[in-house]
Design a protein around this ligand. Structure first.
Ligand code: NAD
Length: 496
């Protein structure tokens, strides 16, 4: 079977006369072939979504009806959970354990949250603020949303985008990452079965520089939401500037974890190791930089070393596997390149540092680097692999300064048993998320988003609904008089 794009309620032909191969990163086997979409397909999808928005088939549905469709979509995905787990794992190399017990349940929770939250899209109270007019606020959808997703959580990121976009009444053209389009494409027919009208959700699988770029430049697309690399964010911002297009950018991260002298050290070691290894480190919020009070430094390094060495790296389909491969040969090369560079600069590879152990897949050993310096690339840049750097500190201010000293500002964690220290750190850390004595958990009700070069706008929560909609002020004259009291300022004499 050849996979292809889903537009206006049906599978369409690809238009590049090009067949893409989807590779299982754990085995390098081809698991699916794809008719790659190009300009013709994306143009068709944009027009379809434009028509579907402007005839009101979705935006003018009763809020309760929209909610019912989104709840039904969640139920249908759940009923096909085994298929989703399989395809998500084989296209991305993610352990089935992670997909089944984390990605899918959380993606569904998010969809169900927005199904309900879309019914309470509220504006401000109505009032006669100036005495002459009644004002009210309409919270409205924007139109066609172009949603561009990454490969690290293919299904969950697709759901994070389409759920608030659809709940707010928009129509969507979703572009999944080229390496991992399958589970996003599977949403098309399920959306139809759920009662979402054809044309409201379109899924176009093609390259970022063609399909993504067309979404960014096309005047019929009102908003772009991207989750991806910071460099992709820059490229999209530049292209979107021509039309002053609304952007929602969830970009890279380099999360610090600060372990203070009063921390529960065992909990910090466990929590930071888990947060560093999640999804083989291919997570924008993964703990990548541990700053540890110098009195705990050696014990901390020993502790994470032991846990990293206990991680079961291997076949993602085995429920006991903790870590799968990274996504591609290029990604493995990038990760190993950072490790090699750090080693050359004088870092100590405490554990890991090599490709493997499986020869066929794109595996990287869980790696801890010590004796690194703050300005080195392995500390400053997003590696996106199972690599943790550990640096010591002596004072709170030093820890804080190093934690904030990166271009990114997505997520961070503080490990302390003193509430006042935790509160002060949460105030001063320049990140969109601060955890105290944990690292990673998110909840659909709370926002997720970055500052600095991690982007702007929020996923999850009521704040995402605000990002995917706009407010309109409507002002109605209270009296029907032709000449209003203020008209003299333009036409007529100042009243006596
Ligand atoms: P990427 O930037 O390479 O690709 C993301 C998407 O953008 C893909 O669909 C790609 O095809 C598309 N794209 C690429 N170039 C484009 C262009 N010129 N115009 C339009 N679209 C284009 O990112 P990735 O490698 O797939 O994902 C990993 C990155 O995503 C990491 O940097 C990670 O930190 C980030 N991420 C961020 C969050 C967050 O919430 N902030 C969450 C997950 C991942």
């Amino acid at each position: 079977m050849q996979w292809t794009s889903w537009v206006n309620g049906k599978w369409i032909e690809g238009d590049q006369a090009e067949t893409g191969e989807i590779i299982n990163p754990a085995t390098q086997e081809v698991v699916a072939s794809l008719a790659v979409a190009g300009e013709r397909s994306v143009n068709q999808a944009i027009q379809t979504a434009w028509d579907a928005f402007h005839d009101g088939r979705w935006s003018r549905l009763a809020y309760g009806e929209r909610a019912a469709c989104l709840f039904k979509l969640a139920d249908l995905i759940e009923s096909k959970q085994a298929d989703f787990v399989h395809w998500e794992s084989v296209q991305s190399g993610k352990p089935v354990k992670l997909v089944q017990y984390s990605d899918i349940p959380f993606g569904l929770d998010n969809l169900r949250y927005f199904a309900g939250a879309g019914r309470v899209l509220e504006g401000q109270a109505t009032a006669e603020y100036n005495g002459l007019h009644t004002s009210w606020i309409r919270r409205e959808p924007l139109g066609v949303v172009g949603a561009i997703a990454p490969w690290n959580y293919p299904l969950m990121m697709a759901l994070w985008k389409i759920a608030p976009a659809l709940a707010a009444g928009n129509t969507v053209v979703l572009k999944p990452a080229s390496l991992t389009p399958l589970t996003a494409l599977m949403l098309g027919p399920l959306a139809q079965e759920a009662g979402i009208p054809d044309g409201v959700l379109n899924i176009v699988a093609g390259p970022g520089r063609v399909v993504g770029d067309a979404l960014v430049r096309d005047p019929r697309v009102a908003m772009i939401t991207l989750t991806g690399d910071t460099q992709t964010g820059r490229t999209i911002m530049a292209a979107a500037a021509a039309r002053v297009k609304r952007l929602h950018l969830e970009l890279g991260g380099k999360a610090p974890a600060l372990v203070f002298e009063d921390a529960d050290l065992d909990a910090a070691i466990q929590g930071i190791a888990v947060a560093a290894l999640v999804n083989s480190g291919q997570d924008c919020t993964a703990a990548t930089r541990a700053y540890v009070h110098h009195r705990h430094y050696d014990r901390f390094v020993e502790g994470v070393k032991a846990l990293f060495e206990s991680a079961r790296v291997g076949n993602p389909e085995d429920m006991r596997t903790d870590l799968g491969p990274v996504i591609s040969a290029a990604q493995r090369q990038k990760v190993l390149g950072y490790i090699e560079q750090a080693r050359t600069m004088g870092a100590q590879v405490v554990t890991g540092g090599q490709a493997g152990p499986q020869p066929a897949g794109f595996y990287v050993e869980p790696t801890v680097l010590s004796h690194v310096e703050q300005h080195w690339p392995c500390v400053q840049e997003e590696i996106f692999g199972p690599v943790l750097v550990v640096l010591p500190f002596t004072s709170d201010q030093e820890a804080l300064a190093m934690a904030n000293d990166v271009d990114y500002g997505l997520a961070s964690s503080v490990w302390t048993t003193q509430l006042d220290r935790g509160l002060e750190m949460s105030r001063q850390l320049q990140f969109g998320e601060v955890w105290l004595n944990d690292h990673l958990p998110l909840t659909s009700e709370m926002p997720h988003g970055g500052v600095k070069q991690s982007g702007f706008g929020h996923d999850l929560s009521h704040y995402a609904l605000e990002d995917f909609s706009t407010v309109k002020h409507v002002m109605a004259a209270v009296k029907q008089d032709a000449v209003k009291p203020w008209h003299f300022t333009v036409l007529g004499d100042v009243p006596e």
